[in-house]
Structure formats: C-alpha cells, structure tokens
Ligand binder design. Structure first.
Ligand code: SF4
Ligand code: SF4
Length: 370
C-alpha cells in the first residue's frame, strides 16, 4: 500500500450547485489512473455528497476491480446516531451502497467533544470492536477535529483503536485553533498510526499569495503548489496515509506523479513551509493575533479569544470551505461565546498586539451565531 489515498468528499460534479450530481464518467477515469499508478486506498463517509459518494465508489471501483485489489475506508455518521441501534442501521446501509461485505478501515466520523460524549453514550467504540471481531472491519479508528487534550483523553480510554485521522497541513501545523503538530504528537505518543485529511486545506493551499508561490517555485520549479501540502503531510513521522479529495483527472495525474516515487521533504523545506511561507500567508490575515493568550486569564466570561480569532482568520482567508462555524462551536465548549462579551476591556489592556478585541468579537458573533 502506498501512502497516498483517494478522498471521496469533493468528487467532480455535473452541476456545481447539486452535490449529488457526481460526474461518474470522470470519477471512473480518475480511479483508473489512480489504480494504474499502483495506489489502492479509497476513503469515504456516509454523508459525502449527500449520501451519493459511496454509490459512486461502488460503480467506479467495486463493480470494476477485484475486491482484493483495493482498500476501502468509510465512516460512521456519528452526528446522526440517536440510539445504539442506529450503528447497525448505518453500517448495513454503507455496505449495501458500496456493494461490499467488509471494510478495510472504518472510523467514527468527526470525533469532538459532543460526538465523543454521544459515541460513549450509545456504544460507538464497542460497536467498532464487535464488527472487527465479526470480520466486518479490518482496522478501526476515528477522524478527529478537536484539541490534543481531548485526543489524549479518547486514546487513553480507547487503546483498542488501530489508527487516527487528523487534519494536518503546514499552515495549521502551529495554528492555535487546529494544532496539527500537537495532535500528531499526541497520536504518536499513544503509538497510533495517523492518516491525514486536508493536506491542502480544502484547496486553500492550492494557490498562494504571489510572494509565497515565487519562493516555492524557486525551491523546486518542477513541483506544483498543491504538491507542497501533500508532500509536507506525507513527510511527517507517524503518518501512514495522506488523503486528497480530488476533482479531476489532472489533479490525480499531478498528485500521483510526485507520490509514485515519493521523496520526503528535507528539514529545511519543512521549515520553509511552516516558517516563511506560512508567515507570508498569515500576513494577509485579518486579525494579527499571535495566540499568546495574555488576554484570556482575566476575562470574566472565559471567552476563548485566540481560538475564535484563529478560526475567524481561516474563515476570512478561505471562506466556508473549512467549516469555520463547526470549529467555532467546538472551541466554545466550556467557554463563553463571542456574544457573551460584556465589553469590560480587561483583555485589550493586556494585548501586546493592541488588537481591538471587543470589535472583532462582535463581528464573530454576527457571522457565527446568526
Ligand atoms: S471585554 Fe469581553 S472578552 Fe474582553 S475580558 Fe471583557 S468580557 Fe472578556
Ligand atoms: S493578547 Fe492579543 S495577541 Fe495575544 S492571544 Fe489575546 S488577542 Fe491574541
């Protein structure tokens, strides 16, 4: 198995306004090219393309290739589970949509504070163990979108888990809201192999400010801009798989060209991405918060100011692609919301960047709490 996987979240569409209108002919061509290059791992989820992505995989992969020539990873829609019986129901539907009788990799989807609580309540982890014992799943895991502290808690409680999927890319490596590096370190501390989602930040790292692109083109003129995101993730110790949600044959061609004979980035190249290049991208950042957290201790409403600012900056930079409202809700768990601010201005007194914190909190409340 090579360390590059095909993601089923952003398949090509016939009508860009209809997520169900998958261009099956293009998907088939993409799959053929991907497999012809020696890659075998296909990732999906119950909810992708409003339920149509799994069926598209059946048509492109399962119906056209022998079962032992590819690997399928799929995810339980934890947010839709409302009782223990739902696990069996969704699982059976997924096998049917895909036309297979076992999963190579199977994950609880999108574990965060709320979905973790619910998965514990309804027996989600026990369900995975049971299906693995029945031979219906080879490797069990979960995808994760929360803090390294919570990841540590989940992995401490569930050593039976075989692998973890996290968001990891060079711009989120030290980002205060995403904390990719710390999440990776946490998974490695528990000895869990990691698969990576969002290596190109949902397409946000496919084109960069001109200054940043010049640096990357000078460093290696042969390599595309998105390749840096994928190669960065694949170069991190502990990562066994990097997923990319591709939309065209051209993207499959580019990605497989450098992953076919993958050469890890050097330490200097990695530092260039997480340092200079990230710095240039962040220069275009809306709120110049450095996440020093000088503002948070005295806040009477315990507002998670730097995390909210990091999420809002992502939103301003990349638009709606990175689910900023979902991140905002997660980061506000156990904290005051932006709208809870009473404008005492304690925080602004302490901010070394002289940021008008109350002004931005109002904007965040208006955009994320509507
Ligand atoms: S102004 Fe708002 S955010 Fe700042 S310390 Fe007071 S309540 Fe907290
Ligand atoms: S004190 Fe200012 S720079 Fe530091 S985390 Fe708070 S808002 Fe950001």
């Amino acid at each position: 198995m090579r360390n590059f996987g095909f993601g089923g979240m952003r398949l090509p569409l016939l009508d860009e306004n209809d997520p169900k209108s998958i261009d099956q002919n293009e998907v088939n061509r993409m799959v053929d090219l991907f497999i012809s290059k020696g890659f075998t791992y296909f990732d999906n989820a119950y909810i992708y393309h409003s339920g149509e992505s799994e069926s598209a995989y059946k048509k492109a992969i399962v119906d056209r290739y022998p079962r032992n020539s590819f690997l399928i990873a799929d995810k339980m829609p934890t947010m839709a589970v409302k009782c223990p019986e739902d696990y069996e129901k969704f699982f059976a539907r997924q096998l049917e949509r895909l036309g297979i009788d076992y999963f190579d990799y199977y994950l609880l989807h999108n574990i965060g504070h709320k979905t973790y609580e619910e998965s514990e309540k309804w027996g989600g982890f026990d369900f995975l163990v049971k299906k693995k014992a029945e031979g219906k799943i080879k490797k069990i895991g979960f995808s994760f979108h929360d803090t390294p502290e919570l990841l540590d808690e989940v992995l401490s409680k569930h050593p039976e888990i075989d692998f973890v999927q996290i968001q990891l890319n060079y711009i989120d490596w030290n980002n205060a809201a995403i904390r990719s590096r710390e999440c990776l370190d946490t998974a490695r501390k528990h000895g869990k192999p990691v698969s990576v989602m969002e290596p190109v930040k949902g397409g946000g790292l496919a084109s960069l400010p001109e200054k940043a692109e010049k640096i990357l083109k000078k460093a290696d003129p042969q390599m595309s801009i998105p390749s840096w995101g994928i190669r960065f993730a694949a170069s991190c110790d502990g990562v066994f798989m990097v997923l990319s949600g591709m939309k065209s044959v051209e993207q499959v061609r580019d990605n497989t060209s450098f992953m076919e004979n993958f050469k890890p980035l050097t330490a200097d190249e990695k530092n260039m991405l997480t340092g200079t290049v990230t710095g240039i991208i962040n220069e275009s950042v809306y709120i110049p918060c450095t996440a020093c957290r000088y503002c948070t201790d005295g806040c009477p409403k315990n507002i998670n100011i730097p995390s909210y600012f990091a999420i809002y900056n992502n939103y301003k930079l990349y638009g709606m692609r990175n689910f900023p409202m979902m991140h905002y809700r997660k980061q506000s768990f156990g904290h005051g919301l932006a709208s809870d601010c009473i404008e005492c201005k304690q925080c602004e007194i302490h901010c070394p960047q002289h940021i008008e914190i109350t002004k931005y909190l109002k904007e965040i409340a208006a955009d994320f709490e509507k």
